[in-house]
Design a protein around this ligand. Structure first.
Ligand SMILES: Cc1cc2nc3c(=O)[nH]c(=O)nc-3n(C[C@H](O)[C@H](O)[C@H](O)COP(=O)(O)O)c2cc1C
Ligand code: SF4
Length: 678
């Protein structure tokens, strides 16, 4: 269903249309710009791009911000445009390429058909050029080139040139990106702009760059489309602007008479606070920024975003006068249909964003060459696979009996997808609830929102009539006795235990057992870390919160090296506040009741420590495929004549971390694939 239609009274404000400059937004729900890299080739508006972003419009989101569009710069394309190598979102400005206007017009048309509007963000991202030669990001040491007046004028023209192309393509609005350490923010920021000429100085002078950009765009495109800015409500860095000064600057910008909307959020592109706020942050914690601008700029619609993942919270923000439009970007990645579901009162069917930040991690940090990178969401396997799903997701031709063993992310998803296609599904889970490892993650401080995914799966399995058998351990014989047409072994993984001398001792426990509430530790605890994601800090945080004195011994340079830059700051902040000490380059060599010995990763020297009451192992996990092998043995006659199993009377799948332990997104996607196969 499209963005218009019957509305429940519960969300009266949320589904009220709003005039923003010349465009009418059909409701207040916005996909703010998110460069998730949906296109097959970064920067192009191709079919995968359209499929990903238009799905949200069809799902009822009124404002579609899609992905950012980079502009020409005086730098060669080869110049790095982010603050460390390998992280460029989209390096090449494409609006001048042949066919760009046509492809953007196709996208705008697809959005318009649903009744929603397209708002395109124009960005000068080059972190290698700025108002002054000062670090743009405190956490890194990159020093940008200081632009001269001629370069500044040239850059200002790029916005108007691009705007003309976007107007030609028929988009509804344009947003000038001045937040997230983009070029205009380097001019606005007293920390980054120390110029002595007309482009620097007091609050008003620092807005000159932005004012000229807006006036230039307005002169070129007139009132054909809505024009606005995205701005950071407070810089939260030493010497940076705070909300009060931002309000003054925005008032100067508004004097140009060019602003049809202001989109405000709070945070850095590197951490504390992060503008892509992970689960550690409350919902809409920076709402005061929206409220303040709404007071200052009467008549100019204010869009606010920041971890709003629920229509109820969005309605409340509107009611409290915090904004006129609500950014619900990851909410729409997790469930592009959430707006329609909310309007129709189907709240239990909404798959909420859990704030894990895998989507932004994947789009920013992916090591794969650009052309192979695909968007990802931990809870929504269709993300990045929209075209594939459109082609292959079909109701079952013949209803089959599908037995799933294991109710973690992979098993639940396999069951959900197969049942939604009309199969008979029986799911065995040995625990008392679904979720598997998600429950361990959710036990850590700041991660309780992970449970939302478990609740969603419970609701969906019930809705689709899955025969859910909790607290049930099964063996190969009992599975076969059900005469299944297909079996998925989603039996998960087990924590890895090294063969280091002494690890079998009574003072040694597994991090998983701790998070599951199955193990106790003493007062002073050594956490031995052989993994690089959230498990180590989560375990340490869990212990510190309970008043334990915690020291982490990590195998290499530092913990959390696989955690994205938008999430790492709150994680580390919690460890610092909890007094957790971190030792690096240490590999456990032996454990006794009184002493721990480590071998240095850099040179092999042995170092010993005493006085720990307990040792907690965080070594990642190994697959538990025992049931799969038993079943394979049972089915060996069938499989002998059909080695890949595709034509076997009983199809057997090994899925999720029972196959190989990876992240949540991979488990969910693997489960969904199997659910589609049957
Ligand atoms: C994958 C991803 C890419 C993003 N890229 C951009 C971007 O290019 N420009 C921008 O202004 N914001 C970007 N954002 C930030 C979002 O617009 C939004 O502010 C953020 O996700 C917080 O809102 P939410 O809690 O509703 O998701 C991105 C967010 C995500 C998840
Ligand atoms: S990957 Fe995580 S943060 Fe991103 S939309 Fe999905 S659930 Fe939300």
């Amino acid at each position: 269903m499209s963005a218009s239609g019957a509305t429940t009274n519960q969300f009266r404000r949320l589904f009220e249309p709003l005039k923003v400059g010349p465009m009418t937004v059909p409701n207040r729900i916005c996909e703010t710009t998110n460069t998730i890299r949906a296109a097959q080739l970064p920067g192009f508006v191709d079919d995968p791009f359209i499929a990903h972003h238009a799905a949200k419009a069809r799902g009822g989101t009124g404002w579609i911000g899609s992905e950012t569009f980079l502009l020409n710069s005086p730098l060669p394309n080869e110049a790095a445009d982010e603050f460390f190598p390998g992280t460029g979102a989209i390096r090449i400005p494409l609006f001048n390429m042949p066919g760009f206007v046509e492809s953007l017009a196709k996208f705008a048309g697809a959005v318009r058909e649903t009744g929603s509007v397209t708002v395109c963000q124009l960005t000068q991202l080059n972190f290698t050029m700025a108002a002054s030669s000062l670090p743009i990001v405190e956490a890194y040491d990159w020093i940008p080139h200081e632009l001269d007046s001629q370069e500044i004028q040239q850059l200002i023209r790029t916005y108007a040139d691009a705007a003309a192309k976007f107007a030609e393509a028929g988009v509804d609005g344009i947003e000038i990106h001045c937040a997230h350490e983009t070029l205009p923010q380097t001019f606005l920021s007293p920390a980054m702009n120390r110029r002595g000429d007309e482009w620097g100085g007091d609050a008003r002078a620092r807005t000159k760059f932005l004012r000229e950009v807006l006036v230039g765009v307005k002169e070129r495109v007139g009132d054909a489309l809505a024009l606005g800015i995205r701005i950071n409500g407070q810089e939260s860095r030493e010497g940076g602007y705070e909300l009060l000064e931002l309000r003054e600057m925005v008032s100067h910008v508004a004097e140009t008479g060019t602003l049809d909307f202001v989109n405000v959020d709070v945070g850095h592109s590197w951490g504390g606070p992060s503008y892509v706020q992970p689960s550690y942050y409350g919902h809409a914690v920076y709402r005061e920024a929206g409220k303040a601008l709404k007071v200052d700029l009467a008549g100019i619609p204010i869009l606010f975003s920041g971890r709003v993942n629920d229509p109820g919270i969005a309605e409340q923000l509107l009611e409290e006068g915090c904004c006129d439009l609500v950014g619900m970007t990851r909410a729409g990645i997790a469930d592009p249909e959430f707006a329609n579901k909310a309007r129709e009162g189907r709240l239990a069917e909404i798959r909420r964003c859990i704030g894990c930040n895998r989507c932004i991690a994947k789009s920013i940090h992916d090591d794969a060459p650009d052309m192979f990178a695909k968007p990802t969401c931990s809870v929504n396997p269709e993300v990045g696979n929209e075209l594939h799903y459109a082609m292959t997701y079909k109701p079952a031709q013949e209803r089959k009996r599908f037995v799933v063993v294991g109710g973690g992310a992979a098993g639940s998803e396999a069951a959900r997808v197969a049942a939604s296609r009309g199969h008979e599904v029986i799911l065995f889970e040995r625990g008392s609830k679904l979720g598997g490892q998600i429950n361990l993650a959710a036990a850590a401080p700041g991660r309780d929102s992970f449970e939302d995914f478990v609740i969603f799966q419970e609701n969906e399995l019930k809705r689709h009539g899955v025969d859910l058998r909790l607290g049930s351990e099964v063996d190969a014989a009992s599975v076969m006795a059900l005469e299944p047409d297909a079996i998925a072994c989603a039996t998960g993984s087990r924590p890895r235990r090294p063969d280091t001398p002494g690890v079998e001792g009574p003072n040694v426990v597994q991090g998983w057992d701790l998070l599951a509430g199955r193990a106790e530790v003493g007062d002073r605890v050594a956490v031995i870390s052989q993994e690089d994601y959230f498990e180590t800090p989560n375990v340490a945080d869990y212990l510190a919160e309970r008043g334990k004195r915690v020291e982490i011994f990590h195998k290499y340079l530092g913990i959390g090296s696989q955690i994205d830059r938008y999430s790492i700051a709150p994680v580390m902040t919690r460890l610092v506040q909890g007094g957790v000490k971190i030792h690096t380059g240490m590999r456990l060599a032996s454990v006794s009741e009184t002493r721990l010995e480590f071998r240095s990763a850099f040179g092999g020297q042995i170092q010993s420590f005493e006085g720990f009451d307990s040792v907690v192992l965080v070594y990642g996990s190994t697959p538990d495929a025992r049931l799969y092998h038993e079943l394979k043995n049972e089915l060996k006659d069938e499989l002998e004549n059909d080695p890949d199993g595709a034509g076997a009377a009983t199809r057997l799948f090994l899925v999720g971390s029972a196959w190989v332990p990876r992240y949540l997104a991979e488990a969910t996607q693997h489960g969904a694939r199997v659910g589609m196969e049957i």
